[in-house]
Design a protein around this ligand. Structure first.
Ligand code: KG4
Ligand code: ZN
Length: 335
């Protein structure tokens, strides 16, 4: 048949993932082996441990992805892999395996940008995604606002000046003793909390599309300690709810300001933090009020996976954007 089958490989952080996607749209398999349990006892991702685990898991994960898709290596049309940004040692494992497969199978190798891949989760989830759009990618390492006019024209219009949104969730959760990863832990606590019971400062937002979360994190810590000293009773649930609401408010302001400034009809959300239920609700309500078309992937496609890598790679495949076997990992790969 004429379908383009791409094997995607993702090892940029702490998930070892492989997937087979047909024509950039149909997920035939999507295997994710999470290292969360391993890193939990350290309270965060330990890079050296992550790369060793990728090395151990990647081949079995690829096998599972091929079996799950009901295809063999000989059926593939290309091998796609995350080139960066991410943890260098982790990226290297994925690249090494992808290069070996491409070399042995004589297939084109496609090097994919991790943040672009997050955006393409939406192309898997929705039958039509029309350009131009603004995309907000909120993950553990990035808070990027992107203006895209075509598959080959993605422009970074805003980023975080300090911590990423997910990083702020993780750090505040750690401070509150809620464990790792922090995003889901804070979301769970926040459900029982009152977002007005622990008021946080509405921080000054600059006129651009950049964000900043480190001041907010400091405010949570400072106010928490202040309350302890004064002997005030503070519920962790209220802190979580207030912090979550403030982060979402900041993201909402920036994203919808970008939609207005670039006069686009569509806003895409992506990245691990886009799995947050409160964020999804708030964005949906605001989008409806402003007449903006909001697209967001289901939560499983928000967090790191390889189906999104294969989906992004499909459009690179169509325009012959292949990587030489000498391509190297780039921890700080620009968009
Ligand atoms: O995209 P992702 O899986 O990996 C990176 O590329 O970083 O994002 C991981 C980040 C972590 O910081 C995690 O705490 C956050 O996404 N996250 C969430 C939720 N689920 C994951 N943040 C808020 N609410 C969630 N439900
Ligand atoms: Zn990611």
């Amino acid at each position: 048949n004429g379908r383009v089958l791409i094997l995607g490989i993702e090892t940029s952080c702490d998930e070892t993932a492989a997937a087979v996607v047909a024509d950039g749209r149909e997920i035939l398999s999507n295997v994710v082996s999470s290292q969360v349990e391993i890193h939990r006892r350290f309270g965060g991702v330990v890079p050296e441990v992550a790369s060793r685990k990728h090395l151990e898991m990647l081949n079995p994960v690829i096998d599972l992805a091929l079996k799950g898709a009901g295809v063999s290596l000989g059926d593939l049309d290309a091998v796609a892999v995350t080139q960066g940004p991410g943890l260098l040692g982790s990226l290297l494992v994925g690249l090494m395996v992808a290069k070996s497969l491409a070399f042995v199978l004589r297939l084109p190798l496609i090097a994919v940008h991790h943040i672009r891949a997050h955006v393409y989760a939406n192309f898997l989830a929705h039958p039509r995604v029309n350009f131009p759009f603004v995309a907000l990618v909120v993950s553990g390492g990035h808070t990027d606002l992107i203006y895209a006019t075509s598959h080959s024209d993605f422009r970074l219009i805003g980023r975080t000046k300090d911590d990423a949104a997910g990083e702020a969730f993780d750090k505040v959760a750690r401070f509150l003793g809620l464990g790792y990863p922090g995003g889901p832990a804070i979301e769970r606590k926040a459900r029982q909390g009152d977002p007005t019971a622990f008021p946080l400062p509405r921080l000054h937002t600059s006129g651009d599309f950049d964000t900043s979360f480190s001041g907010l994190k400091t405010a949570v810590i400072y106010r928490w300690r202040q309350a302890q000293e004064r002997g005030e009773k503070v519920r962790v649930e209220d802190v979580a709810a207030s912090f979550q609401a403030t982060v979402v408010e900041i993201l909402e302001e920036k994203a919808f300001a970008a939609v207005r400034a670039f006069k686009v009809p569509t806003l895409l959300l992506a990245g691990g933090v886009a799995a947050n239920g409160h964020l999804r609700e708030r964005f949906a309500t605001r989008a409806q009020a402003e007449g903006v078309k909001l697209l967001l992937p289901p939560p499983v496609l928000c967090t790191d996976n390889a189906a999104m890598v294969a989906a992004a790679a499909y459009y690179q495949f169509l325009r012959g954007d292949f990587a030489p076997l000498t391509v190297s990992a780039d921890a700080g790969l620009p968009l």
